[in-house]
Design a protein around this ligand. Structure first.
Ligand code: GDP
Ligand code: IMO
Ligand code: MG
Length: 422
């Protein structure tokens, strides 16, 4: 059984919570793209665990967790996560596997990310400044450095020095101080020593797992609207978020995937710049942000919020053949007299499809809303769909009907247990 969990909006849909839940019986849980621009929060018995690189499945006893080829690794962040989980008594040498194909986020990538953002001025994209764009740019232009090179120390140092020389010229042109390779060598040396026992032939692991019909769970990062090809470029991230990203990022053919789970937040949130057609700015926005604690797990930035944008989510479902949905944070809508759902768009008085829109169109269009009645009750402890207020049930069914995909999980609080299975 192979399952994939992906974000169907602009990220932060609650993928971490759902992956943790689904990981209980998994043999493998795999991150296959993105880096520590992702922030996935899992809450177990009131304790919060923020993840950036290590797959969220690590809190469950059974699975081996894998950081696969498409993922990019910041040494400081991975070392920090090693410490956190080792302190918790998790034997990472047994539990964690890393692909030698993963690219490394080098210090100059972070400097370049920041320098480009500064240079863009008022047109900045609002990246997480974690070096994500520059590291993937180096990957596709054959200038990347991987775990593979890191494990061959003289080769790594040679490549690092060569790249730093070039990147420093660009940094100086931006008016930024050049980086000194020597300053960073100790941390890379430490990383090399710690990852060496974890690096294995993941291709062989997956081939064997597929043959033995093991349960593999892929943990997507970000959200489809941030996909590098099909998101709202340039307000996107650098990796492929969509279903096809699994093959590219892990070597497991997408046709092997049995279930594609789209995680849909009951409203919309977004960190960073770019158009957000259903964005709210009034006290409704403040209410949702405060109740939903909509602040970035990675950067702490307040997230922009809005009503659910169903045409965008439907696009994501179709693009990634999403065949199951987990709807999250529906509890945050409790207490609102009315709830709106965007069901279409108009531009210059004419209807327009999401797929026809680039960011220029999305900035100008007017959403068409369906208004649904709200509910007052706190639902965070409800254990079954039938026990949810009627209007809450109606909202969920309305979303399901519009998307034409079965909703299988309704999440009503951050806690692992607070998940109604349908
Ligand atoms: P991810 O990036 O998709 O994993 O999502 P994040 O972890 O960045 O953001 C989702 C936030 O909502 C986290 O703080 C979760 O603990 C929390 N969360 C997840 N599901 C629910 C839910 O159903 N209700 C509430 N209130 N919070 C939730
Ligand atoms: P998770 O996995 C929300 C956004 C950034 C920015 C754009 C590009 O937690 O859902 P980048 O640093 O990737 O170059 O930034 O993408 N972004 C996310 N927003 N959740 C995420 O991940 C994100 N990953 C990237 O805010 O707008
Ligand atoms: Mg997140």
């Amino acid at each position: 059984m192979i399952k994939l969990v992906i974000g169907s909006q602009w990220g932060d849909e609650g993928k971490g919570k759902i992956v943790d839940l689904m990981a209980e019986k998994a043999d493998f849980v795999v991150r296959f793209h993105g880096g520590n621009n992702a922030g996935h929060t899992v809450v177990v018995n009131g304790k919060k665990f923020p993840f950036h690189l290590i797959p969220s499945g690590i809190l469950q006893k059974k699975p081996t967790v894998i950081i696969e080829a498409g993922t990019v690794i910041d040494p400081d962040v991975l070392l920090e996560e090693f410490d956190i989980f080792e302190k918790m008594g998790i034997n990472l040498k047994k539990k964690l596997v890393i692909s030698s194909r993963c690219h490394l986020i080098m210090p100059y990538h972070k400097e370049l990310d920041q320098a480009y953002e500064n240079a863009r001025g008022k047109n900045k994209l609002g990246t997480t400044k974690r070096g994500i764009g520059p590291v993937y740019a180096d990957k596709v232009s054959y200038n990347g450095i991987r775990i593979y090179e890191l494990l061959n120390w003289p080769l790594f140092v040679e490549k690092f020095k060569f790249q730093a020389k070039i990147k420093n010229k660009i940094l100086v042109a931006f008016g930024v101080a050049p980086i000194k390779v020597e300053t960073y060598l100790p941390v890379f040396k430490k990383l090399a020593e710690r990852v060496r026992p974890m690096v294995r032939d993941t291709f062989a692991i997956f081939q064997k797992a597929i043959k033995e019909k093991k349960y593999i769970l892929f943990e997507g990062a970000h959200g489809v609207m941030l996909d590098n090809s099909f998101g709202l470029y340039p307000f996107v991230t650098a990796s492929n978020v969509i279903e096809g990203g699994v093959n590219i990022g892990s070597g497991v053919p997408s046709k092997r995937i049995d279930e594609v789970w789209g995680i849909v937040k009951a409203y919309t949130s977004r960190v960073g710049g770019g158009p957000l057609p259903t964005e709210l700015f009034d006290e409704i926005a403040t209410g949702i942000r405060d109740r939903g604690y909509e602040y970035g797990t990675t950067t702490g930035r307040p997230r922009r919020v809005g009503w659910i944008d169903l045409p965008a989510v439907k696009f994501a479902c179709q693009l990634s053949s999403i065949n199951r949905i987990a709807i999250t944070k529906i509890d945050i809508l409790s207490g609102m007299p009315q709830i709106k759902a965007c069901v279409g768009y108009k531009l210059n008085g004419k209807k327009i499809e999401f797929s026809q829109c680039g960011y220029l169109e999305l900035e100008k269009l007017t959403p068409i809303y369906k208004t649904l009645p709200g509910w007052k009750e706190d639902i965070s402890k409800r254990k079954s769909f039938k026990k949810l207020p009627k209007n809450c049930q109606k909202y969920i069914r309305f979303v399901e009907k519009y998307l034409d995909v079965t909703i299988k999980i309704v999440s009503v609080s951050p806690e692992r247990e607070a998940s109604i299975l349908l």
